[in-house]
Design a protein around this ligand. Structure first.
Ligand code: ASP
Ligand code: MG
Length: 401
């Protein structure tokens, strides 16, 4: 008999009817002879609705009260799902984060799990019960209810699986991890498995399936995650430790992010001090920089470009003003019609020529890229957004995705 943690997101438990479908899947696991812990999110968009209500109550609600409020969403779904399971004749018990022993640390609305005291969970498992745990919440050492940041139920599920050393199954509205977002490239293929490292890279570069923190925990404790559809009975994708079978392909996946703002500072007198000053100002305003490029000096002047998230646009004017005061007659342009396309693959670590291959594909198809950055297992390019579809289609085809 194995122990399994199953997690269902908000859209999978959005209505009582959907909960009944979820209950059938839980029962199937239980009937196989497995012990089951279920982690659920709040029903549908109810967390958003709670946040909306808080705005009506106060212009600046305290974070402690936000945690108290938001945690109620999951209490609704755990109790209702337990009732449904009981109605089907299965012994189920719901537990809040606190009752499940989930201890957290950090600031309200952004806590992380520091430890889990699984005594109570073990007791209920021994009694043969299906345990339904509220995702996204815990309790800090002051005894206050806390939440783990939006999308935090994935973290609850993986942390429980890590503590209890078992498989974590994430049931969601997609049926697995695809090598390319199928909405952008309909011929995208579902992956049987993907390494933790690739999944983390894909998530941070724009793939939205799994919460990155959850994958980090799984990686740290080497807990396999299985991502599959909560509606259909198709094979999903395992996120697991890298093994030789994953090595063959240089590129496992391609991600696209439209949240790119490209800022170019023209006419910067070419002195190291000036370049340093630009990035000092950006740091002062906590603007998180992604890519950086600089032209070769012409007549003692360079142009410096960097990319950041679109939400940082508000700080750029202020920074421009300050920079003009220190480095003189610069010209700053902002471009929001930029897309970042990244190719990811752990096989890249051992294979050379991957970047060259992509450069050639771009050149052969007249796609201009503006900037390139690399990590050990990814290469990212910024391109004009109008070239996005073409770039994704051509890259996916040429790279055999
Ligand atoms: N209900 C929370 C949210 O909407 C947590 C989650 O869904 O994972 O962010
Ligand atoms: Mg989610």
């Amino acid at each position: 008999m194995a122990l399994v943690v199953q997690k269902y997101g908000g859209s999978s438990v959005a209505t009582i009817d959907k909960m009944k479908d979820v209950a059938k899947r839980i029962i199937k696991e239980k009937d196989k002879g497995n012990d089951v812990i279920v982690v659920v999110s709040a029903m549908g968009k109810s967390t958003d609705r709670l946040i909306e209500m808080s705005r009506q109550a106060s212009s600046n609600p305290s974070k402690r009260e936000m945690d108290m409020l938001m945690s109620t969403g999951e209490q609704v779904s755990i109790s209702l799902l337990s009732m449904v399971l009981s109605d089907y004749g299965y012994d189920a018990v719901s537990l809040t984060g606190f009752q499940a022993g989930i201890k957290t640390q950090g600031v309200h609305t952004k806590n992380h799990i520091s430890d889990i005291d699984v005594k109570k969970i073990k007791k209920y498992l021994e009694a043969g019960k299906i345990i339904v745990v509220a995702g996204f919440q815990g309790m800090n050492n002051q005894g206050d209810i806390t939440t783990l940041g939006r999308g935090g139920s994935d973290t609850t599920a993986v942390a429980l699986a890590a503590k209890l050393n078992c498989l974590c199954k994430i049931y969601t509205d997609v049926d697995g991890i695809y090598d390319v977002d199928p909405r952008l490239y309909p011929e995208a293929k579902k992956l049987d498995s993907i390494s933790y490292e690739e999944m983390m890279e894909m998530a941070s570069l724009g793939a939205g399936v799994m919460e990155t923190r959850a994958v980090e925990i799984a990686c740290k404790y080497n807990i396999p995650i299985y991502v599959a559809s909560s509606k259909e009975n198709k094979m999903g994708t395992y996120i697991k430790e890298y093994d030789e079978s994953m090595e063959g392909k240089a590129i496992t996946g391609l991600t696209v992010s439209d949240d790119v703002l490209m800022v170019t500072i023209n006419n910067v007198s070419y002195k190291a001090k000036n370049i340093a000053l630009i990035f000092e100002k950006l740091a002062k305003y906590n603007v998180n920089i992604d890519m950086i490029s600089q032209t070769a000096p012409i007549n003692g002047y360079v142009n410096v470009s960097f990319t950041t998230s679109k939400e940082e646009i508000q700080y750029i004017n202020e920074i421009t003003k300050e920079l003009k005061e220190c480095i003189g007659d610069i010209e700053v342009s902002k471009d929001i019609d930029i897309t970042k396309v990244s190719v990811i693959g752990i096989g890249m670590m051992k294979q050379s020529g991957v970047a060259a291959n992509v450069f050639k594909i771009f050149a052969d198809n007249n796609i201009e890229f503006k900037q390139v950055t690399t990590s050990e297992i990814s290469i990212s390019y910024t391109i004009e957004s109008e070239d996005k579809e073409k770039a994704v289609t051509i890259l996916a085809r040429e790279l055999n995705l």
